[in-house]
Design a protein around this ligand. Structure first.
Ligand code: NOJ
Length: 705
């Protein structure tokens, strides 16, 4: 239904609602916490939304809601983060971080669309995704949920996944609402301690954290989730400037805003900025939160505030209007149960997950060990994450959060690395041996067995990383070194003198400084159900890796943050005991072929760039062209480089393509000391190449007036 009609209908309905019915629309009830009976009671009261309820339970709630006086349907929200992961039969994609390694927005769009098909097939309407926080400090527990450290890359992936979730029409039965979260600055809490204060100015917020949300809003994202934390001491939950003035007046957002889990109550119990839940309820609604997740006390508190005059009904009316407008735009009144046409876990969806896993594989070192040569007849697959599907799935699947059961093994189909190696090994005539060596959490270790196994092989594939207990909310790490005996395992194996390929299967960058001495290093992150197969394909050369890192790797926990877009530093930004460079840089990623970049030109009149890329190696592959800019003299410090464009270029052997990219003046703007977006005339340097490393980049300097 078009927006204008939806607004009219919402206004008409609003005029018929009692105050109680209006306030109830603002409540989002957590099904798993309150239980079935209480959930049904809330449905009869007219609660606007429920979260974390699947299938028939959801339909029972919907029936109860439709039986109320005004028959207003409920909207069901779910954390379908990289696939409809809370459903045990769903297709599980790589994490957002792994997907970002593809530098391919179309892959994000497909992941969103397949997820929408599966969520809608479950009768649900809305996913709390994508995460648009930036992961500039890898100690944070939720790095895996992000598209990495860069605002531009995250913004492009965000726009694409939003389109994938929502399709062209909110009423489409096979698509769902997206929710850009966590608005705003949540990824950069002090010390990377989850949901702490973000010590940051509005200028910095606008420069770094706002751009991906802007892109999501421009892509039509229907909902936004308020972050848990605070910026410069003011909780986002009551930050009207950010939630209303910037979001609605500046970015033009027209959907509805939902708080994160228990944000309203936390104003009293965790952040201590309100004395009573009544004060908290009024403040949260006044600031621009339309829907209140989990803090169901909001209902009584808001009604009391309206009665005693501490709140104005216009605040409630505005919020309910936002919610009802979206419900009408979705044609939820006509189709309260999604009439979806797709099947959860169908072959087409599984194929999309496999393709996404393939595109996520990022090779950051290769001395020629990969692809395995024909002389390798036996390979030892070693390591704690080589045969652990839970590590491969990562967070937000039904055996992790919010239904934690780490011992629950997902249902097939899935392929661990060991299994992928075994099946491809059979096809290539290579024998596969396996030993765990040690576990991730440091409670089990059998390094001597692993060494015995490796002795019988011609090469070693070592799979290290983290696992579900070290990932997610409240699981921030002070120490980014590999846990348990993983480094000791590497040392024992490397003493054998055999070629070693290390695979990092983890939620985030870890300090694999020892393992960097391996002959080859693959960064796989959490590749989802087919991550193991994709890695194995790369090892055997059936897949030519094309992933590039969306995040920088520190050499040591004490070196963070090492994100590439640093401000210029007086002393080269280096510590006296470490090089100033990261272990692996943003944008880095190798292939089994080689690419040459040449002929960079930039026309300051048309703001267009041209560049030649050639495949100079011996197999077809995909080059990723990255374009960075530096403002040479500016009124405030600006980053030494900042990504403003990228494109993937598939190339056959000996093929050369001329790449042309166009920019707009806003790509060269900065946020000045008055928080204004301005282009300051002067010289700029454009840099283009296959990574953010200086030595990989061609440069060209020009003047903009
Ligand atoms: C809290 C998390 O911060 C958020 O990302 C999630 O969507 C909600 N809980 C609902 O599970």
């Amino acid at each position: 239904m078009n927006r204008q009609t939806a607004i009219q209908k919402a206004k008409t309905l609003l005029a018929q609602m009692t105050t109680e019915e209006k306030v109830a629309q603002m409540v989002q009830v957590p099904y798993t916490y309150v239980g079935r009976e209480e959930a049904l009671r809330w449905a009869k009261l007219g609660a606007g939304s429920f979260l974390h309820v699947l299938g028939e339970d959801a339909q029972e709630i919907q029936e109860a809601a439709l039986n109320t006086r005004l028959h207003i349907p409920v909207i069901f929200g779910i954390d379908a983060i990289h696939g409809h992961g809370l459903n045990p039969h769903a297709t599980i994609f790589p994490s957002q971080l792994a997907t970002a390694c593809s530098w391919n927005p179309e892959t994000a769009r497909i992941m969103g669309e397949v997820t929408a098909h599966e969520v809608s097939a479950d009768g649900l309407h809305w996913t709390f995704s994508p995460v648009l926080c930036l992961a500039r400090d890898p100690r944070w527990g939720r790095v895996d949920e992000t598209f990495g450290e860069d605002p531009m890359l995250a913004g492009e992936m965000a726009a694409a996944i939003v389109k994938g979730y929502q399709g062209d029409d909110l009423a489409d039965p096979d698509h769902i609402l997206a929710c850009a979260k966590h608005y705003l600055g949540y990824g950069e809490a002090t010390g990377a301690r989850d949901a702490y204060d973000t010590e940051c100015t509005e200028r910095k917020v606008r420069e770094v954290f706002l751009p991906p949300f802007k892109k999501a809003v421009e892509a039509g994202c229907a909902t936004i989730m308020t972050a848990y934390g605070s910026i410069d001491g003011l909780p986002l939950t009551i930050h009207r400037r950010i939630l209303h003035d910037i979001l609605r007046d500046e970015l033009g957002f027209t959907g509805f805003v939902v708080t994160d889990w228990d944000n309203a109550r936390s104003l009293v119990t965790r952040q201590f900025v309100k004395e009573t839940i009544e004060d908290a309820a009024v403040a949260a609604a006044t600031a621009g939160n339309d829907m209140i997740m989990t803090s169901v006390e909001f209902y009584d508190a808001m009604l009391a505030a309206l009665k005693n005059g501490t709140a104005d009904l216009s605040i409630v009316d505005e919020a309910v209007l936002h919610i009802l407008t979206i419900k009408y735009e979705m044609e939820l009144f006509e189709h309260p149960r999604k009439q979806a046409t797709h099947t959860i876990g169908c072959p087409e969806h599984l194929q999309a997950a496999l393709q996404a896993a393939r595109e996520s594989i990022t090779l950051v070192k290769n001395d020629g060990m990969l692809p395995l040569s024909e002389t390798v007849k036996t390979i030892a697959v070693i390591g704690p994450n080589a045969d652990d599907i839970r590590a491969q799935y990562g967070d937000w699947t039904y055996f992790s959060h919010p239904m934690p059961d780490p011992d629950h093994i997902p249902e097939r189909p899935y392929v661990t690395l060991k299994e992928g190696m075994e099946s491809l090994g059979a096809a290539h005539g290579v024998r596969i041996l396996y030993a765990e060596g040690c576990n991730i959490l440091g409670t089990r270790e059998n390094i001597s067995e692993a060494v015995q196994v490796a002795r019988q092989a011609d090469a070693i594939l070592l799979c290290v990383g983290d696992r579900i207990e070290q990932i997610g909310e409240g699981k921030d790490r002070a120490n980014l070194a590999l846990s348990g005996a993983q480094d000791a395992l590497f040392e024992a194996l490397s003493a054998l003198g055999l070629p070693i390929c290390t695979v990092l299967l983890s939620s985030k960058p870890l300090c694999i400084t020892k393992e960097a001495a391996s002959n080859a290093v693959i960064i796989a992150f959490n590749g989802g159900m087919f991550g193991g197969q994709a890695i194995a394909e790369a090892v055997f050369g059936d897949l030519n890796p094309s992933g590039h890192l969306p995040i920088s790797f520190p050499r040591h926990s004490g070196q963070v943050p090492v994100y590439y877009s640093q401000l210029p530093g007086w002393h080269d930004g280096a510590y006296c005991d470490l090089p100033s460079t990261p272990l692996y840089a943003f944008g880095e990623g190798l292939s089994f072929t080689t690419f040459a970049f040449s002929g960079l030109t930039f026309d300051p009149n048309t703001l267009s760039l041209t560049l030649k890329v050639s495949n100079t190696g011996s197999r077809s592959g995909i080059a990723v062209v990255q374009v960075y800019v530096r403002d040479l003299v500016s009124s405030i410090l600006t980053p030494v480089k900042r990504l403003i464009g990228f494109t993937r270029v598939p190339l056959e052997v000996n093929q050369t393509e001329t790449v042309q990219l166009s920019f707009s003046r806003s790509d060269f703007e900065l946020i000045n000391a008055n928080c204004e977006s301005v282009l300051e005339p002067g010289q700029f340097t454009i840099m283009a190449g296959p990574s953010s490393k200086d030595e990989d980049l061609l440069t060209c300097t020009f003047t903009l007036s």
